[in-house]
Each structure stands twice: as C-alpha cells, then as structure tokens.
Design a protein around this ligand. Structure first.
Ligand code: NAI
Ligand code: MG
Length: 536
C-alpha cells in the first residue's frame, strides 16, 4: 500500500486515530519499528487500483511475466545476506533456515513457473464429442484480483511463493501478511516492486495491505476474485463463511498434524534424522511438521534413545549470524503460549519427557527447546491439536496395520511420511494414509517438488498451491466452441416436425448403443425416417 509507512526507529508517537503494528524481533526483543494498519477504506481502494492494473497486466506477454519473476529471483540471489538478515530479525529463525527454507523454495518455485507456466496456461485444443462439426478449446483466463492471506512462519516464502503463481497467470495480487511479520513483509514488497518497475508494470499489480484479522476480513469484503488462505483451521472457517457473501472461490491451506510411520525394517539412522528434520526444522513452525512419529515396537526403544540424544544436544540461542546455532526462537509470542500450554497439559497427565519440555527463559521471551514426549494418552490435548512448535510425539505401534490406523486417527490430513527399507511396503502404506501427500523415506519434501500439487485433505483444507493444478487454479477455464468447417448450417429446431421425435430417438441409439449391430440398426432407422420426412 502506498500509504503504509514504516518507521525503522523505535515506535513513534502516533495519532490516536492511526492504528499501528509494533514490530519486534522475537529472539532479542528489539523493536523493529511500526507499520501502519490499513483501514477498510484503504483496502477497498487497493482492490480498485489492483483491478485497474490487472486489465493491463492480463494483456502482457509470457515473456514479460517471466522477466518480472526472474528479476525477483535474481534480486534474492544477489542480496541473499540482506534478505536472510531481515527474515531472521522478524522471525527469530536461523540464517540456515532463512536460506534453505525460504530463499531456496522461493527461487525453486519461480524457476518452475518460468519453465512450465506457458505450456500450462496457453489455450488448449480439446475434442468436440458428438458435435463433430465444431471444435473445442479451453482458454485459461485470469480471474482478476487474487487475495493471499498468509501466516508468519516463512515471512519471505509465504509472500513470494503465494503471489508468483496468480501473477504468472495474469492476475493482480493483494497480500495480507501476518501482523507478526509486518516489518519484513514491507521490505519484501520492495523486492517485488523493483521487479515490476524494471518491466514498466504498474506497482498496483502487487500490493500489500497491513493489519490484523479485520484487515484480512476487509479484503474479503471488498470483493476479490479468489482467496488463497494459509493459516489456522479456526480462521479458515471464518474465511469460508465470509467468502459466501460474494461467492468468492477459496484455496484453504490449513494446519497439519502429520504422521511419520517408522516401519519395523526402517534403517534406524535414516528414520531418526528424518524425524529430527521433519519435526524441528524452523522449530516445528511448519504446516508439514512431522508431529506424530509412529514407531514399530521392535524399533521403539532404539529410536527413542537415538532421537532424544540428538534433540538434547541441539544448540539453541539468539541467531546472531550463520553457523552459530541449530535453532533460534519461536516467531509468535501467541504461539509459544499455545506450545507451552499443550506440553504442560500432557506432562500433568503423565507424558514422559525425553528432551526439552520447558520454555528457555534464560535465552529470551520466545525460546522453547526441541521437546520429545512419549507415553501419550488420548486425554492429552497435544495428541489431537496441532502444536506448530518444536514438539515431537512418539507413539509405539504393534503392527503395520496399527500404525496406519494411528496415522489416520486425526481430523487433519496435510502431509505424511513412511520410512521403510522396502519400497513396495512404502507404496502400500502410502496408499492407505489419509493425507494430501505422502513422502516415502523423507519428511515434508513433497512441497519442494513443484511438479506435485500441494494441499490437504480433511480439516487441513482443500484446493492446491503448486504444480499445474495450483497454477490453473488462478484462472477460469473458459470453454470456447467454434466451427470446424467454413460451412454455416443454421440450427433449425423450430417448428417441431411430426417425425423429429422418432428420428432423434434413433439417433440416440446410433450414438450411444454399445454394439455395432444395434448401431447399424439405428443408422438404417435414421435413414428411413429421413427419407420418409422428405416425402411427407
Ligand atoms: P492465523 O489463522 O492466525 O492467521 C493467518 C492470517 O489470517 C494472518 O494474516 C491473519 O492476520 C489473518 N486473519 C486472521 N483472522 C482473519 C479473519 N477473520 N479474516 C481474514 N483474515 C484473518 O494463522 P497463523 O497463526 O498466522 O499461522 C499458523 C497457522 O497456519 C497454523 O495452523 C498452520 O498450520 C497454518 N499454516 C498452514 C500452511 C499450509 O500450507 N497448509 C502453511 C503455514 C501455516
Ligand atoms: Mg516479528
């Protein structure tokens, strides 16, 4: 938004009528400045400007669109340290995670779009079925203005990876980032705008509106053409309800409680490192975090010993630079309170703590260590509620069937993993897990393969983000039916003639009867009726 200003000094005295977001580094507690919240009127105007800009952008060539995306990617690669520092300051995560969890997947997505989007978006000739004199075509028409309402866990990735597919498909985009990362979002908007400016494209084509929940709600109310919502199940429900007002289509990327099944034949070290990575990357603030590790009873003791030995030795401190720590702080003070409450409830009800378990107040306000819990029972909230923090739950399975049952015993179904030495066993289990994706012998990597769609089942949402399906989701597949031959036959249906019904009935048999004998019979009937009609 043009009128969104940011003060990078300490919070200023603001006029009483102007609402601001106080931006804070969650690891150090340092102030990053303030960002002005956009009012409903600001949001409405942003949508109007985006609509005007989109009319021009929709006519742009694929060459131009690819050039814009390429400028974004080049900027990220040429200013990696600066971007990583901004991510780290706003999110409290490590430089390594900023690089590999944010810049890498963003550049990967852009590279995929540059290579593949034109072939998936260009008009597609299709058959014409029984209308043999016609030909069919699908035009992938941009929708208009797409709103992306996004969370805080990957401040750069959530912004850029959300907007590039709708942008490539010819839409303008308005982003509503999380209030928790308003500071860095404002910086990343500059990256996008320099790319648009280089190609002479209106900056209104991509805008950011800043604020809390009500700003997101105002965006839906302002009538956009599609909403991508990435966030909690609870807010997802609110957005689905609000979207009904203008019949706005939505993509819902909600929470997960992903299972990882460790089979009896799994290679122990591989299983242990998959679980550690799957659970503790970005301190578990990951929609596809492997929160539930389901281990075959014959591997259980060894697995628990090895995994807790690694978790207990992980370094945690303020991420002051690359290479200094394995994990940093959590990003949201609200989220750490949820993590703490879920862990305390489980411990009070008898869970066994193999690692972590308590907030590290010695490090700062928002540090929770890698935590491992066993001996879990259904009365503990943590067994069914998404933690979105650094907590691994380990369950013991008596058999493969028992493990699959446990994996599916959840309202959420985003991603899942199975670790086994036997590829066939991996495939067999994968088919039985209820989730949007299954990673065999790895954690959360389905997202990295941009050829695959990314999305959930059950309460994890619907619609997908990546791949051909995720790109075409930002278009209307417009059906075009045109003449096949330069022959103009007027479709004269009226007035109805006496033999029309009988002729149509025979034609129906000719078209749809399965056996050749029936078809020939029907054809003779059609010819007979036609001749009869001539002499009537
Ligand atoms: P959240 O639901 O609190 O907020 C997400 C966004 O929605 C924020 O920008 C927020 O300001 C906005 N919002 C809140 N209320 C709104 C309303 N009534 N109308 C419109 N917008 C509203 O989620 P949070 O805490 O930012 O992120 C954590 C959640 O996100 C977790 O549940 C996690 O699983 C999910 N998530 C899902 C991912 C996926 O791809 N499936 C990826 C990352 C996070
Ligand atoms: Mg922050």
């Amino acid at each position: 938004m043009e009128n969104t200003v940011i003060s990078e000094a300490a919070p200023q005295n603001t006029q009483a009528s102007v609402e601001v977001i106080e931006c804070t580094n969650p690891a150090t507690g340092d102030s990053l400045g303030t960002v002005v919240v956009d009012t409903s009127a600001d949001v409405q105007q942003a949508v109007e400007r985006a609509r005007a800009a989109q009319k021009v952008w929709a006519k742009s060539s694929f060459k131009k669109r690819k050039a814009v995306l390429s400028h974004i990617s080049e900027y990220l690669l040429d200013h990696t340290d600066e971007i990583c520092s901004q991510i780290v300051a706003d999110a409290g995560k490590t430089f390594e995670n900023a690089l590999l969890g944010e810049i890498m997947p963003t550049c990967n997505k852009i590279a995929w779009l540059i290579k593949h989007s034109e072939k998936h978006l260009k008009p597609e000739n299709v058959g014409s079925g029984i209308l043999m004199h016609k030909k069919g075509r699908i035009d992938y028409v941009p929708l208009g203005v797409v709103a992306c309402i996004i969370p805080w866990n990957y401040p750069l990735q959530n912004i850029i990876s959300s907007l590039v597919a709708p942008l490539m498909a010819g839409n303008s985009v308005i982003l509503k980032p999380s209030e928790q990362v308003a500071f860095s979002s404002q910086q990343f908007l500059k990256v996008i705008h320099q790319a648009l400016a280089k190609e002479g494209i209106s900056l209104d084509t991509v805008q950011i509106v800043q604020g809390f929940g009500p700003t997101g709600a105002a965006l839906i109310d302002a009538r956009v053409d599609k909403i991508l919502f990435i966030g909690s199940v609870e807010n997802g429900r609110r957005i689905i309800e609000a979207s009904a007002k203008h019949i706005t289509p939505v993509v819902m990327e909600l929470g997960g409680k992903d299972p990882m099944i460790v089979c009896e034949d799994a290679h122990l070290e591989k299983a242990v490192h998959s679980a550690i990575g799957g659970c503790f990357i970005n301190l578990g603030q990951n929609c596809v975090a492997s929160e539930r590790i389901i281990v075959h009873k014959n591997q259980y003791e060894d697995f628990c010993r090895e995994v807790s030995s690694i978790a207990n030795s992980m370094r945690q401190q303020v991420p002051s630079g690359p290479g200094v720590t394995d994990v940093g702080s959590l990003t949201s003070p609200h989220q750490i309170a949820i993590v703490e409450q879920l862990v305390n409830d489980a411990i009070a009800k008898g869970a066994n703590v193999l690692a972590g378990g308590k907030r590290r107040t010695d490090l700062g306000q928002n540090f929770f260590p890698p935590t491992i819990l066993t001996d879990l029972t259904d009365d503990m909230d943590i067994v069914s509620t998404e933690v979105f923090g650094p907590v691994m739950l380990i369950f013991k399975a008596d058999s493969e069937a028992d493990a699959i049952r446990m994996a599916n015993d959840s309202n959420l179904g985003l991603q899942s993993s199975v670790i086994t030495h036997d590829r066939q066993r991996g495939e067999t289990i994968a088919k039985q897990i209820e989730s949007g994706a299954v990673c065999i012998n790895d954690f959360g990597l389905c997202y990295v393969n941009q050829d695959l769609p990314f999305g959930g089942t059950k309460y994890s949402g619907y619609g997908v983000m990546n791949g051909r399906e995720g790109l075409r989701a930002y278009t209307t597949p417009k059906a075009i039916l045109a003449d096949r031959f330069p022959l103009e036959i007027p479709p004269k249906l009226f007035p109805v003639k006496p033999l029309d019904y009988e002729k149509s009935k025979a034609s129906l048999q000719l078209l749809f009867k399965r056996s050749m004998k029936d078809k020939i019979k029907a054809l003779l009937k059609v010819i007979g009726i036609s001749i009869k009609a001539i002499f009537k």
